[in-house]
Design a protein around this ligand. Structure first.
Ligand code: AP5
Ligand code: ZN
Length: 212
């Protein structure tokens, strides 16, 4: 299966991905995680992406398309993949469709995570992440066993630089202006999911959407 997760910042894409990945044996490809790794490693690509990411704007289509083109060709992605945070513009979506068509492949489903904007500030400001695995926690909704520490590795958790109320406004603006047209682009493949409810309920709704 080839699945796209789409939705505003903090809607739960990164939280639900590991569950879908394990259940369906798919690769989890998150452009945000790839870009943060490049920023942390100070690669040329990371240095170019840093400013846009910290201001809440989108990174250039060229950069993210390059990342996805490479990642989707990894041997372990042969069974399929979950795209988390890509495509985010119609240009990216068209490029992806073309790229897959050349390989005789296509997107099967687009899961649209619907959460009202008003709930997203609390989700984003309370988020703590384990950068190397991509696991995320929330001070109130999904606290780690020990405050500030990853459950699995015992390593320290961190907050993302773009997880503040101010930058969230810019990220939401980019979502509404540039990413909602992607939902229309895939209209026939989209399943709308009510994502403003407990994580387990969202996971169940995803499971039934994917098993149809
Ligand atoms: P990216 O990393 O993709 O960030 P985002 O889209 O803003 O999404 P988030 O990671 O903030 O949200 P999420 O849906 O994963 O939420 P999570 O599950 O963690 O992108 C970052 C930046 O990179 C962009 O701004 C851009 O600059 C650049 N970029 C990336 N991709 C790009 C592209 N394709 N093109 C151009 N630029 C690109 O959940 C959030 C919190 O809520 C957590 O604390 C979690 O524990 C909690 N939570 C989750 N589910 C629930 C629930 N059901 N109830 C209560 N709390 C919940
Ligand atoms: Zn995420």
């Amino acid at each position: 299966k080839r699945i796209i997760l789409i939705g505003p910042p903090g809607c739960g894409k990164g939280t639900q991905s590991p569950r879908i990945k394990n259940e369906h044996c798919l690769c989890h490809l998150a452009t945000g995680d790839m870009l943060r790794a490049a920023v942390a490693a100070k690669t040329p690509l990371g240095l170019e992406a840093k400013k846009a990411m910290e201001s809440g704007a989108l990174v250039s289509d060229e950069i993210v398309i390059g990342l996805i083109e490479e990642a989707t060709q990894q041997a372990e992605c042969a069974k399929g993949f979950i795209l988390d945070g890509f495509p985010r513009t119609v240009v990216q979506a068209k490029k992806l469709d073309e790229m897959l068509a050349k390989r005789g492949q296509a997107i099967d489903r687009v899961l649209n995570f619907v959460v009202p904007d008003s709930l997203l500030v609390e989700r984003v400001v309370g988020r703590w992440v384990h950068p190397s695995s991509g696991r995320s926690y929330h001070v109130k909704f999904a606290p780690p066993k020990v405050a500030g520490v990853d459950d699995v590795t015992g390593e320290p958790l961190m907050q993302r630089k773009d997880d503040n109320a101010e930058t969230l406004k810019a990220r939401l603006g980019a979502f509404h202006d540039q990413t909602t047209p992607v939902i229309q682009h895939y209209a026939a493949k989209v399943v709308a999911l009510k994502a403003d409810r407990p994580q387990d309920e969202v996971a169940q709704a995803i499971a039934s959407a994917l098993n149809k």
